[in-house]
Write a protein of this length. Structure first.
Length: 189
């Protein structure tokens, strides 16, 4: 019995290409899980109470479940399983919703700010922000960023990439799998 089955060998190049974004997304989810676990251990070692760690442990549980689910789908795509294809497409659609919700969160934040502080205060803050954009841009790029150590900037960039690249990779795999449905149909002997 070989590790590569006949359906995998006979599948199109699109099916084989769709496996790579899912494998990379699974790896990134594993890295996210390890990072959150290390944050949990760090907070506990600094004396945080277990009751205060509920949010981080809930996030850790979420990422662990997401990693296992993604790994199962990746293995299903590797074995050219139609259920894995359908579930990967659904996961990609959910990822699109997550990305849109993250962008839409800005609108929710602005409506909350308007309800809390009033329209005039938010409009005045937006006007002040727009007027000082050139000054703030120069201040940030010329004075503030050089004060931040390069290793901290690198860590921020790595964390941003690791935590935001997974939904994009899932959407990419979904888009590829939409075009290779013939590989996942049952073959008659």
């Amino acid at each position: 019995m070989s590790f590569f089955n006949d359906k995998w060998r006979a599948s199109s190049i699109l099916t084989k290409v769709s496996l790579w974004p899912m494998m990379l997304a699974t790896l990134l989810l594993l890295i996210c899980t390890c990072i959150i676990f290390s944050w949990d251990r760090m907070f506990v070692s600094q004396g945080a109470s277990p009751e205060a760690m509920g949010g981080i442990r809930l996030l850790l549980f979420f990422y662990l479940i997401a990693f296992l689910y993604n790994a199962l789908l990746t293995f299903g795509i590797f074995k050219v399983n139609n259920a894995a294809r359908v579930l990967t497409i659904l996961l990609g659609l959910c990822s699109v919703v997550v990305v849109i919700s993250a962008i839409g969160g800005y609108g929710y934040f602005m409506s909350y700010a308007r309800s809390m502080y009033g329209d005039q205060a938010v409009d005045a803050a937006a006007a002040a922000y727009g007027a000082s954009m050139g000054f703030a841009g120069n201040l940030i790029t010329n004075y503030i960023i050089p004060l931040i150590p390069p290793d901290v900037l690198m860590k921020i960039g790595v964390y941003l990439f690791i935590f935001t690249a997974t939904p994009v990779l899932q959407v990419l795999s979904m888009l590829i799998l939409l075009f290779c449905g013939k590989d996942f149909k049952k073959r008659k002997n």
